[in-house]
Design a protein around this ligand. Structure first.
Ligand SMILES: Nc1ncnc2c1ncn2[C@@H]1O[C@H](COP(=O)(O)OP(=O)(O)OP(=O)(O)O)[C@@H](O)[C@H]1O
Length: 256
């Protein structure tokens, strides 16, 4: 059965006089993998930041698991949401194991519980614990550091994980590997809700069970990849999909 887990009801966000998001309405169900796709400045990051309570909406309401976000304890809320960003933000003076263990330590988990969890997470993101646990971030490649970022976000087993362009700075091959990993991880963890911001349409279509297309602070289409490709709702979506086709044509042409 589908259970609404993140709901936006007439959400507006303004910075000063600037209305960035005029009236946002959507529902994400428990266990879904939703990608948010849109041009630069369309409000993707702002939407994610309102989900984890980093920013408050200027009007309207956001419900997390049926409860108004404004009434929830903000620290607890953030601990229930993993957050993975492009600038991973690993602490350079801490080992990989220590980086993953930051929040569990704050929550005063026992040493043995932390050790077990770190090992489990490193295995989940396919970094051999014996090799990587005691290394420092600068001894890892960009892709490996992103894997640590994912492990850290999952450390306390949060029901929601938010991703903000996590693979934006990686080369195409590493990016594609990590996309497959993140899809596998979502499938292997029952009932986790993933929301993933990207401006790469291929990434959005590959990862998302549904894709939310944003333009100028509004949702122009929120549908499965199949529906999006077959029935683009607006000329903007058509244009986005057209860029994929153009790239393919270019690639084919070059290899003819
Ligand atoms: N703290 C802020 N103060 C004022 N304006 C802001 C602030 N944060 C974001 N904005 C504006 O809000 C709009 C949406 O920004 P947001 O970061 O959500 O876009 P985005 O879709 O994530 O873009 P990108 O893909 O470039 O990261 C932009 O026009 C941005 O300039």
């Amino acid at each position: 059965m589908t259970k609404p887990i993140i709901q936006f009801k007439h959400v507006q966000k303004r910075f000063g006089d600037n209305i960035i998001i005029p009236d946002l309405n959507f529902t994400v169900n428990q266990g879904e993998f939703v990608t948010i796709l849109g041009s630069s400045g369309s409000g993707k990051t702002t939407t994610l930041k309102m989900i984890n309570g980093l920013w408050q909406p200027s009007a309207g309401e956001i419900l997390i698991d049926g409860q108004q976000i404004s009434k929830l304890d903000q620290v607890k809320l953030r601990r229930h949401m993993g957050y993975v960003v492009q600038q991973i933000g690993l602490f350079p003076h801490m080992t990989i194991a220590e980086n993953i263990a930051v929040v569990p330590k704050m929550l005063q988990w026992s040493h043995s519980k932390i050790d077990r969890r770190v090992k489990e997470l490193l295995e989940l993101v396919r970094l051999e614990p014996g090799v990587y646990a005691n290394r420092y971030p600068q001894q890892l490649s960009g892709g490996q550091q992103q894997r640590v970022g994912v492990a850290r976000a999952l450390a306390t087993n949060p029901p929601y994980v938010l991703f903000d362009e996590p693979f934006g700075a990686l080369d195409a091959l590493t990016r594609s590997e990590l996309q497959q990993e993140i899809k596998r991880i979502h499938e292997s963890l029952a009932d986790k809700t993933f929301m993933f911001v990207t401006h790469d349409i291929n990434e959005a279509l590959f990862l998302g069970q549904r894709v939310m297309v944003m333009h100028k602070g509004q949702i122009v289409q929120f549908a499965s990849p199949e529906v999006l490709v077959r029935h683009p709702a607006t000329p903007f979506v058509e244009e986005l999909l057209g860029t994929v086709q153009q790239n393919e044509n270019l690639w084919r042409h070059q290899h003819d």
